[in-house]
Design a protein around this ligand. Structure first.
Ligand code: BEZ
Length: 225
């Protein structure tokens, strides 16, 4: 059973999609990519997820992120279902804005480690989970989420994690804390010396005293997205 871990290279693959056949690396180009699977077409939670992601397509464009949805249903099913999604989510601007892979053989779902282990050996009942992979321009897996069929994902969280990953790639001396959103304070990596931190953020570092006496919580808001 393959498994995908952070830092792995996502293997290239070819797939049939609602926008024609694709070669993943060519589709991704020099962009970031998010591949997200869903269990089945014509299901309520999946309809809301694909719809909300479509509504926010421009936000993904701004972050240079290409979107690619996946399920094991047939292409014809995807095409018909997209009509429903557009009818349900009336604020999707224009054409449905990203391709959906039709992985009828489940080959890709297995390769990308997306199959729910419940009923995994029963072809008729095995479902893909809500797997979501954030992939950087070097095709490395940078963040992975797995949600069950019962729980829809949060588009704000998808955008938030992309913001965090892209920010720390640009400024590797910082990390983003719990519940962070762009503009809020970030933390300085513990390995960065006080002198280096001061050089990077002159006069803009808040040092938080801790009962241990160890000075590891240093924050700043002096960064640009
Ligand atoms: C849904 O998207 O609503 C769903 C998908 C698979 C099983 C149950 C619900």
């Amino acid at each position: 059973m393959p498994s995908l871990r952070l830092g792995d290279t996502i293997p290239n693959f070819k797939a049939n999609t609602t926008e024609g056949p694709i070669d993943f690396y060519t589709y991704q180009g020099k962009s970031w990519a998010i591949i997200f699977s869903h269990p089945a077409d014509f299901t309520p939670v999946c309809t809301t997820e694909l719809g909300r992601i479509a509504v926010h397509k421009e936000e993904f464009n701004k972050r240079n992120v290409k979107l690619l949805a996946h399920s094991c249903d047939k292409l014809k099913s995807h095409v018909d279902w997209v009509n429903d999604i557009k009818s349900y989510c009336r604020d999707i601007p224009g054409d449905f804005p990203y391709p959906i892979i039709a992985d009828e053989t489940r080959e890709l779902a297995v390769k990308l480690d997306m199959i729910d282990q419940t009923n995994k050996d029963d072809e008729d009942r095995a479902l893909t989970v809500r797997a979501l992979y954030v992939i950087d321009p070097a095709h490395k897996l940078r963040l992975s989420m797995q949600y069950p069929a019962s729980t829809g994902r949060n588009v704000d969280e998808m955008l938030r994690v992309v913001d965090s990953l892209q920010l720390v790639d640009r400024i590797p001396q910082i990390v983003t804390p719990a519940n962070w959103t762009p503009g809020e304070k970030v933390m300085i990596v513990p390995d960065v010396s006080d002198a280096e931190a001061e050089r990077l953020f002159p006069g803009a570092i808040d040092r938080v005293p801790m009962p241990s006496g160890i000075s590891y919580v240093r924050t700043t808001t002096e960064y640009r997205m």
